[in-house]
Design a protein around this ligand. Structure first.
Ligand code: ACM
Length: 542
């Protein structure tokens, strides 16, 4: 075994290095890991060998190794027989049966590293594992000296348990800068997560440029101030910060972010909320609402009663918006919200009541169902699928639509039994806006709740009551970071990590191999990686 420079500087350290090879601590845990003897050492002469279909992933690997090592590794279609190589190979013949779309095999021997997959996504996940086999300092954002870039010899075979491995970020309640959105996508990819659900519109802000309706961002992207702390019961004691808040993503920003995500095998699912959580849009165009009143973009938290009207003009407006959204986002699923639409205004509105009568509908829930079906028909006509929060089940749901189950698991169970695809997102296990400790005095102000790491880790996305057939409709699960009480990227990272590491293992690793004790042991090493990346994670033992 070659001693690293760091290890030769003190006897104690070198003994430690000889006695205990660096433990393999991959998060999320791979399906099969078989350590073998020896190590491969990455040097400036290592060559990344990638065939044409693997070249992009090869370049990603070279770029990710460059900052900490200072090496600019060549990516070539072949290399001299003497060179030490990292070989990335797409194998098509019969390989799908072995790897699926996202699986890979990784073999490290003293003379080379081989990653094999059926698809580039699988190679990419193999590369993520390879990064985690290197010393944690490899995640450093500038050159690190005194570290030997060794990789323990190992044979790994790996593939994900679920196809939807997601995280939702609310950029409406607090605008998050473009660079942070990209960093979040990077961090998701590092954990082999593949869906970024982007909550772009809400009562308190509209964040996506829509060319046909410029006031959505001229007006709707800005609120004059923000509630301080929690709202008081009757609202009379509420105080505000007096500071204008806002921002939005231009369509160029969005194209840039979508391309960035695509390069990391992350699909962005955009969410345009309707018919509720619409006050920022109604403030921009009062004719979209039920009362015609001139409103402000909301400065408080909660659920506004200012929802969209059911007029044909409003439906067409939203279809125009979705048309532009489809042009920007290649995602098969487009999220239309559907949650928490209080119906008080529809109950009082002569136009909404006339609409119900004209359509022969018996309740406002059925009216919402009709509203969502109009969007479903539109999306399907453009070759896309609708997804929404579980309220979209109320009053009936179009056959191809998918459901995100947030009010517990029942919505997901009902939807799966009815043949709808489902993403599990229950408050009990996936709401990362909840406190991470019972001692809230030592935590940043949060919305409430209590969701510690072990509860996230213990989550099982397939409800026990589903049959095996019904369970095939559960695509996976995702965490949600609502940002009423998360004003900036630093706090967002604190709320996301390490809970997102636990969720990554829930959706990637085999159910039978899960162990919280083993996870926390690996997490200790993994947090050193996040430290190297300057992620503001919550410490394991604060
Ligand atoms: C939600 O938390 N209203 C989906």
């Amino acid at each position: 075994m070659m001693l690293s420079l760091a290890c030769t500087t003190s006897i104690a350290l070198s003994v430690a290095c000889l006695a205990a090879p660096r433990p393999i601590a991959i998060v999320p845990k791979p399906v099969h890991v078989k350590p073998t003897k020896g190590q491969f050492t990455l040097t400036a002469d290592t060559v990344i060998v990638a065939t044409a279909d693997a070249e992009d992933v090869g370049r990603f690997l070279a770029q990710s190794l460059a900052p900490a090592t200072g090496f600019t590794l060549d990516v070539k279609p072949d290399a001299p027989a003497t060179a030490r190589t990292i070989a990335l190979t797409i194998r098509s013949a019969k390989a799908f049966e072995v790897f699926g779309n996202e699986g890979y095999a990784l073999d490290v021997t003293p003379t080379g590293v081989k990653i094999t997959a059926h698809e580039p996504a699988g190679l990419f996940y193999g590369v993520q594992t390879l990064r985690q086999l290197l010393p944690p300092e490899i995640f450093g954002e500038s050159k690190v000296t005194g570290v030997e870039w060794s990789i323990p010899c190992v044979e790994i075979e790996d593939h994900p348990r679920f196809s939807w491995r997601g995280a939702m970020l609310d950029c409406a309640r607090h605008f998050m800068p473009k660079e942070f959105v990209k960093r979040t996508i990077d961090l998701l990819a590092l954990h082999k997560m593949n869906v970024f659900h982007w909550h772009l519109t809400d009562d308190q802000g509209w964040r996506i440029e829509i060319k046909k309706y410029p006031k959505l961002t001229e007006t709707g992207a800005w609120r004059k101030e923000t509630l301080r702390g929690h709202a008081t019961e009757d609202g009379k004691g509420d105080t505000f910060d007096g500071m204008r808040h806002g921002g939005f993503y231009t369509q160029d920003d969005i194209r840039e972010i979508v391309a960035y995500a695509r390069d990391r095998f992350v699909t962005i699912v955009p969410e345009i909320e309707m018919p509720g959580h619409a006050q920022a849009a109604v403030a921009s165009y009062p004719e979209l609402g039920n009362t015609g009143a001139k409103l402000d973009v909301w400065t408080s938290w909660g659920v506004s009663e200012n929802i969209y009207s059911t007029d044909e003009k409003t439906i067409l407006f939203l279809q125009d918006v979705l048309g532009e959204v489809i042009g920007l986002f290649p995602s098969m699923f487009i999220h239309v919200g559907g949650d928490e639409a209080v119906k008080t205004q529809w109950k009082k509105s002569a136009a909404a009541q006339a609409r119900m009568k004209e359509l022969g509908l018996k309740s406002e829930d059925e009216l919402q169902s009709w509203f969502i079906r109009r969007m479903n028909t539109f999306l399907e006509s453009r070759g896309r699928f609708l997804i929404g929060w579980d309220e979209i089940l109320e009053g009936g749901l179009a056959p191809g639509a998918a459901v995100m189950s947030w009010r517990g698991e029942q919505g997901g169970i009902t939807a799966a039994r009815a043949g709808h695809d489902v993403v599990m997102a229950p408050t009990s296990h996936t709401y990362f806006d909840y406190y991470q400790s019972k001692d809230t005095s030592r935590e940043p102000l949060a919305i409430g709740g209590f969701l510690p790491l072990d509860v996230v880790y213990g989550y099982e996305p397939i409800p026990a009551t589903l049959t095996a057939d019904e369970a095939t409709h559960v695509l996976g699960a995702q965490c949600q970071l609502w940002t009423e009480y998360v004003p900036d990227p630093k706090q967002a990272e604190y709320m996301l990590f390490p809970r997102a590491c636990a969720l990554a293992e829930v959706v990637w690793s085999p159910r039978e191999s899960k162990s919280f004790a083993d996870f926390t042991e690996r997490l200790a090493t993994h947090l050193r990686r996040l430290d190297a990346l300057h992620v503001n994670h919550r410490p394991l033992k604060p």
